[in-house]
Design a protein around this ligand. Structure first.
Ligand SMILES: Cc1cc2nc3c(=O)[nH]c(=O)nc-3n(C[C@H](O)[C@H](O)[C@H](O)COP(=O)(O)OP(=O)(O)OC[C@H]3O[C@@H](n4cnc5c(N)ncnc54)[C@H](O)[C@@H]3O)c2cc1C
Length: 293
């Protein structure tokens, strides 16, 4: 018999404090829900544990995009569609790594209801936006009932599948990143074996170039290559200071095998994944460097 997950209670807390109060009282029996697209999958796969109460945060004031002195602050419940529209209207060139990533999120219904916070707090390397945000060196902020809030690099926020660095009773509130300076460019690309499966590799790249040389490079590796998003640090180091040429990029990208240990499964062999990594990092670097001009 098919048993469907049925929460005993579905609430719309009116304030963040009310939400945090319930979270700290109910612990593992309560779960935040935003767009509900990961929750839906978890429920279907019997992954909701002993959750009895769902706390819908979409009516809380967490859906704003705020310009800061250096960049943007994006609230937890901002949807993919709203973020992409905002960037398209304000910083399309500077933040292309984000709009590339969102454009690849399918179907459109997921872009319309899926939220930035849900994408990050799912802590799955297969999701697209987090890799773009790691490339941008974003920070995330959480809050809890005693008023304590933490701000940490997004790169350190992912511990394992479905295991973000969220402590007991904590709520993720926003992600923030600086606008890349002049001479910067970004790109995101992914490879899926079919249109309904998770990405085998997904790459977010952000570079800065001066006089046709790389001066800053950040490469985030997501998809099915590990349990969390990794950095291609060996490739990054090999590129800084070097001229922007396809030969230099291809040579540096070979070092990615020192950054991640690709594995084999029914979706593809480790060898195939390593090949994809090299191809897609190269493509992203070429595109990002072109955009940096
Ligand atoms: C059919 C389908 C196709 C998809 N395709 C893609 C794709 O192409 N690319 C891609 O990247 N993703 C894809 N996804 C995944 C989708 O992007 C994520 O499911 C979505 O980003 C999650 O956001 P949400 O608001 O729906 O999260 P929810 O399901 O509401 O929440 C996800 C998790 O985060 C927690 N959470 C949410 N917000 C907070 C918060 N503020 N503080 C603390 N915890 C929080 C929830 O408790 C839950 O554990 C797809 C999903 C489906 C179902």
């Amino acid at each position: 018999m098919l048993t469907v997950f049925q929460p005993q209670d579905y609430r719309f807390p009116e304030t963040v404090s009310e939400l945090l109060e319930i979270l700290s009282q109910q612990g593992e029996h309560a779960r935040v829900i935003a767009g509900g697209t990961t929750i839906h999958e978890l429920a279907y796969r019997k992954g909701m544990g002993d959750v009895r109460t769902l706390l819908d945060i979409t009516r809380l004031p967490l859906g704003r995009i705020t310009p800061t002195d250096t960049g943007l602050r994006v609230g937890a419940t901002v949807t993919f569609t709203d973020l992409a529209s905002y960037i398209a209207a304000t910083h399309p060139r500077q933040l292309a790594v984000i709009t590339d990533a969102i454009a690849g999120i399918r179907p459109m219904q997921i872009r319309n209801v899926g939220t930035v916070g849900g994408s990050i707090c799912s802590s799955l390397p297969f999701f697209d936006l987090p890799a773009a945000l790691v490339a941008l060196d974003a920070t995330v902020t959480t809050t809890r009932l005693d008023g304590d809030s933490r701000t940490l690099p997004i790169e350190t926020f992912f511990w394992d599948f479905f295991l973000p660095d969220l402590r007991f009773g904590e709520l993720f509130t926003e992600v923030e990143f600086a606008l890349p300076p002049a001479g910067s460019g970004g790109a995101f690309q992914k490879f899926e074996s079919n249109s309904v499966d998770w990405a085998l590799v997904s790459i977010g790249v952000q570079v800065r170039c001066r006089e046709d040389h790389f001066t800053e490079v950040r490469i985030a590796l997501g998809g099915g290559i590990g349990r969390k998003i990794a950095r291609a640090s060996t490739v990054e180091r090999a590129l800084v200071g070097k001229p922007v040429t396809t030969e230099v990029i291809q040579d540096a990208v070979r070092g990615v095998v020192d950054d991640v240990r690709a594995f084999s499964d029914f979706r593809g062999s480790a060898e195939f994944r390593n090949h994809l990594l090299k191809v897609y990092i190269t493509r992203c670097l070429v595109q990002a460097a072109r955009r940096a001009r």
